[in-house]
Write a protein that binds this ligand. Sequence first.
Ligand SMILES: C[S@@+](CC[C@H](N)C(=O)[O-])C[C@H]1O[C@@H](n2cnc3c(N)ncnc32)[C@H](O)[C@@H]1O
Length: 247
Amino acid sequence: MLNTHILDAIERMSGIDCYLKTPAFLNLKVLEASKRLNLDFEVFKEKIETETLSEVELLQLIDCVTVPRTQMFRNRRLMEYIEKLLSKESEHQPLKVWSAACSSGEEAYSISFLSRSVGARSCDIWASDMSELRIQKALSKDLTSLKNDTPQGFYYCVGNVDESNFVEMKGDVSFFSHNLRKDVPEPYHNFFDVVICQNCLCYYRPDAKEEIIKNLLGSLRSPESVLIVSSTDLHGTNIDSKQIVRI
Ligand SMILES: C[S@@+](CC[C@H](N)C(=O)[O-])C[C@H]1O[C@@H](n2cnc3c(N)ncnc32)[C@H](O)[C@@H]1O
């Protein structure tokens, strides 16, 4: 089992709050990461404890400890919020949206469906995750199959889009890999109208959350632009900004 030195080391290196998880869960996840890396479990634990993990090893560890769960139209209130923004006909510029920590892309693809079925305003979508593996999964998604995962209340979005557009729709989202604990890539400074970071900050300690939120706020284009987080994400932080919307 993992001792507290190891848990503390994971926290220091990744910012992930290990004490939110059960020791058995973490043990399993560290074992999974060591297997993926073809490293002996004891050797891997020692590397964690001595904080000598390479960047690749640390990413694999974080990839295993965080959960990829996502779903089409997962958060109804979020989708309704985006739908409102997309129906503002007066706006001429496309709405620039970033789904940050997108896992396998369902959130971004949901917005693409929304935009194609109800959007009066066009929408450009970017999506990123720290995990290359999850980005690859997003890129290889068959959008026809996502149709079956769509909750009934949102079926009109998918139903309204002609199936012949599904292949073309893959191009609606630009995916890139990015660790939110690192600076936002330069081209995306002051760039987005809407940044969505849902079901990700909950893994992090308050100081790491603050760092991520500050980074994301720096990617907003104008004072009207918004960063959308989950409702309890700011707990424990001292962040206060009119541009943060909790949904
Ligand atoms: C539970 S999924 C959430 C997916 C989607 N946002 C949603 O709400 O359905 C959490 C995702 O956060 C990603 N993640 C965790 N820490 C991250 C970080 N520091 N940078 C980028 N992505 C991160 C994980 O790789 C995982 O895919």
